[in-house]
Design a protein around this ligand. Structure first.
Ligand SMILES: Nc1ncnc2c1ncn2[C@@H]1O[C@H](COP(=O)(O)OP(=O)(O)OP(=O)(O)O)[C@@H](O)[C@H]1O
Length: 247
């Protein structure tokens, strides 16, 4: 069976400096994977490359999931919530990918959106402006939006940043339910203990691939030590990356 995603010797560079260096591997359908690594390791770039949001320098990303069945939660810092939109309307945005902008919201769809808000613990928040929510409440809204989107592949970039322990626990329960429903979930995370407890698969990045597979085999002391010693800065005088260069 085709994997949900296959990376074939993927290299992505920003102004010539590789953020991802010759990465190969597969995300199988229905797997729950944490992407971990130090700051600047290329984790967000990896998610963006799956969505076609960054230019690929060499290699290939094979995505065997229809674009409209992919949900993406960027880091909160990348989301503008200054525009005046209600919580319920924000959840309705989850339908847009499937329906198109002019699809209209049926009563059944509105009911599902309200149920999604209930599921994330935000019953009664429907009319609130998203700009007035706390970071944790807003993250719950974004999870409700993914719930109505009914996505097959869910990409989450640091979903628990600035989110308290209770909200994290609630959102982890939703991720667990997605896994049980055989959706493919890929989440960028920093808390290794959390990854060990909740994520069966892990991918450890340090621009290059350090390890990818069962979490217990990936998050070993030796692998984490290798990742930690990724050079902090890229060398401005480095030669351009050669696509066939050994990793
Ligand atoms: N748009 C951009 N232009 C230039 N360089 C970029 C751009 N986006 C990311 N980078 C660089 O690419 C590298 C990887 O960045 P990325 O955001 O993918 O890392 P990350 O692992 O998600 O980091 P963090 O844990 O800090 O969020 C970093 O060195 C970063 O400075």
């Amino acid at each position: 069976m085709n994997p949900a995603i296959a990376l074939h010797d993927l290299t992505v560079a920003y102004r010539r400096h590789p953020a991802l260096h010759h990465i190969s591997g597969r995300f199988e359908h229905g797997t729950l994977t944490a992407v971990v690594g130090p700051n600047g390791a290329g984790k967000s770039t990896l998610l963006k490359s799956l969505l076609g949001l960054v230019r690929i320098d060499s290699g290939e990303v094979e995505v065997n999931v229809a674009r409209k069945r992919i949900a993406y939660l960027p880091q909160q810092a990348e989301i503008d919530r200054s525009f005046p939109i209600s919580v319920l309307d924000c959840v309705f945005l989850g339908y847009w990918q499937k329906q198109g902008v002019f699809g209209g919201i049926s009563q059944a769809m509105a009911a599902r959106a309200r149920d999604a808000l209930l599921a994330v613990g935000l019953h009664g928040f429907e009319g609130r402006a998203v700009g007035s929510l706390s970071a944790g409440q807003f993250q719950r809204v974004l999870f409700a939006r993914i719930l109505v989107q009914d996505a097959e592949l869910i990409l989450l970039d640091e979903p628990f940043n600035a989110v308290d322990a209770k909200t994290t626990e609630d959102l982890l329960a939703i991720i667990h339910a997605w896994h049980v429903q055989q959706r493919t979930v890929i989440a960028v995370l920093h808390d290794h203990e959390q990854v060990r407890r909740h994520f069966p698969q892990a991918l450890l990045l340090a621009r290059r691939l350090v390890a990818w597979g069962d979490t217990a085999q990936v998050l070993t002391e030796s692998h984490l030590h290798q990742a930690k010693h990724m050079p902090e800065a890229t060398d401005p005088h480095a030669a351009p990356c050669q696509a066939k260069e050994a990793v």
